[in-house]
Design a protein around this ligand. Sequence first.
Ligand code: NAG
Ligand code: NAG
Ligand code: NAG
Length: 451
Amino acid sequence: MDEIKALKMSRGLIMLVSSLMVLGSACGYQLENGGKIWGLLVAGSSGYDNYRHQADVCHAYQILHKNGIPDENIIVMMYDDIAYNEMNPTRGIIVNQPNGSDVYKGVLKDYTGEAVNSTNFLKVLTGDAKGMRGIGSGRVIKSGPSDHVFVNFVDHGAPGLLAFPRDELYADDLERALRKMAVKRQFARLVFYVEACESGSMFDSLLPDDLNIFVVTAADPHESSYACYYDSQRQTFLGDVFSVMWMQDSEKEDLLQESLHHQYEIVRTETNTSHVEEYGDLDVGSMHVSEFLGYQISHKPKSFKTKLPPVNDAVPSHHVPIAILQHKLEAAVDPKEKQEIKFQLHRTLKYRHHMESIVSDILMLATGRDEDKVQELKVNGYKLSPKQFSCYKKLVSSFSEKCFKLSDNPHAFRQLYILANVCGHEKVSMKSMMNAITKVCSRQPRLRGII
Ligand SMILES: *[C@@H]1O[C@H](CO)[C@@H](O)[C@H](O)[C@H]1NC(C)=O
Ligand SMILES: *[C@@H]1O[C@H](CO)[C@@H](O)[C@H](O)[C@H]1NC(C)=O
Ligand SMILES: *[C@@H]1O[C@H](CO)[C@@H](O)[C@H](O)[C@H]1NC(C)=O
């Protein structure tokens, strides 16, 4: 904390001078080199339990918008089933913090519903306008060699993948797309903020440091990211810790002075539930936040700025459905309602337990009942190498198709590290694992369900 205060104070000294210097330039998205800022904001989930992901992304849009980046340069992908969800007591309104203002108002809806998928995301990012013709707004990032691109992705994740409502984006495909963009000089610099479990695994040892790409992730390669701000009226979590922290910082600081690296340091300190990490070309971190998020000149002295609610109710992302039921149970007064929630809670926990035992059965079969190997495969911490992704993709898609549909089961994402372990294990073959998945899960016809 003291360290942060010191950082802020030292910046305060030069702030006045520099504010005077920039008053002349009116436009928050025009860069010194003549380039422009582009923003791509993506929420990869659907469903009311995941309210917070779309709330984060709507909030990110509001920040870019307020900071002078024109709508022509921002693209938003989100399922858009929250604002008018029947569970939402404030129809048409989405908030991202307790008593917060509406972040849904005016938000762009370039791609909604089924158009929010990994194929479309990569096409939009890489500027494939032809490929997006007839889909959603059809707009893509049309950036050039002098431009800065800011990408913000928020959703569930697992080792080497980010979730979309109906499919997944794998780290190797993302890396290939980013490389291609760099070669085609589709940006001067690209900054990518990712909120997802195990988000570090999308870049760790995969993203080169010479592409002018700077990444900040909510979590290291082996841990959860965290939801926060449970709202008892809306009966869901409003935000995610990392997203809340970087956006609160962006609304508080003078972005013309703050460097990306400073923001990273502050957010890393304030996010005490997971390890915020940075990847790629760390030299880009010395650039100002305003060069990616735009800026507005504020004359409000610091002391007048509203104090933000503390984050003291964070839960791991995959625990959210259970935490919501627990909150509902606490609040319920009607005995019949209480009983119904208890039943749901019991069913969810039982289902999760069942899922874990199915995974154990699969491992037992795949290893020929070798308990030592099964134990090895249950140790979290393996790092997939680029050439192991084809094995991993096959196992994940088979597991999702035959056992537990990933998009319906946040808890299923927690099992995927085991599949990554199989791909890295010398003595357990992919083929035996595929067979075991098919065998065990075809015996379980009634596994599907949204838990
Ligand atoms: C939100 O507003 C209500 C009433 O307006 C107040 O009682 C409550 O303390 C506020 N909560 C926060 C977190 O600011
Ligand atoms: C993504 O959406 C497009 C249409 O918007 C569809 O053609 C395509 O099949 C979808 N891809 C996946 C993987 O679902
Ligand atoms: C993180 O910080 C918040 C607010 O300062 C505090 O309430 C919470 O207990 C801390 N959590 C952890 C895991 O240290």
